[in-house]
Write a protein that binds this ligand. Sequence first.
Ligand SMILES: [Zn+2]
Length: 299
Amino acid sequence: MKAMKLKSLLLALPLALPMGTWADDHHAASPSFKAVEVAPSITMLQGRGGNIGVLSGEQGLVLIDDDYGVMSEALTQKLKTFGGAEKITYIINTHWHGDHTEGNLTLGKHAPIVAHDNVRQRLLSSQEVKLFGMVTEPYPEIALPSVTYLKTMNLYINNEQLQLIHLPDGHTDGDSVVHFKRANVMHLGDHFFNGMFPFVDVQNGGNVLKVAKNLESILPLINDKTVIIPGHGPLATQAELLEFIDMLKGTSAEVEKMKKDGLSLEEMQAAGLSKRWDKWSKGFINPKVWIGIVYASSL
Ligand SMILES: [Zn+2]
């Protein structure tokens, strides 16, 4: 009961967010996509929501995440440069959030959707993220993952091995990261916001320190040549990922210390974090909200 009360406190925080968006970190004015080359057959598409990964080749396209519904027309248009949406062989959802999955409603007719079991489970019923005042209605069958897995799975396509690895209870309770084994590329979904405080969905099974722990668990798969596609922000290196993990642990330790000193959440937010974390404020999660998310994770 106590935990519930404190969590509602967090969820009632005022947010410095534009209405109607919750992951609006790049140039959202007109619905269009910027293509960034990741590797010879892999492209990152940046629209309005989460970063999309596209693998292209003889056996068709694999899409990792598919942005907001309002972006579907622009995405369909952009996919023409890869042969068109009808060339999609698989769609992978890294997790259920709408800024990564609403495109399923339009693109789901072209290919099976692959995700962790909990993504299908969540999308079968109405979901809510109170922090953003966002409610997601149940998805119709065509937009639901039809191929699901529990721990890991492999897709062999276009001379590439895509390994999906479930990272439990980090950003949500159903996250996958996708390892392109031959190309040495990783799509980390929302376990990684490059250069900014991340959103962690504590209300729906997420936890800040679990995000750090999950990322550490996959570090052996990453080296200084790995190209990392984050859920939000620009393409990243191993060094930037390590810096992000350091921030997660460092800010958590500061919140923990304030908690031990007997500060309330409001007092912590008034006191703030060390100056060294200031540069992480450039995304849509400001330091006050971040302190609230870290605090709620520790309850
Ligand atoms: Zn997310």
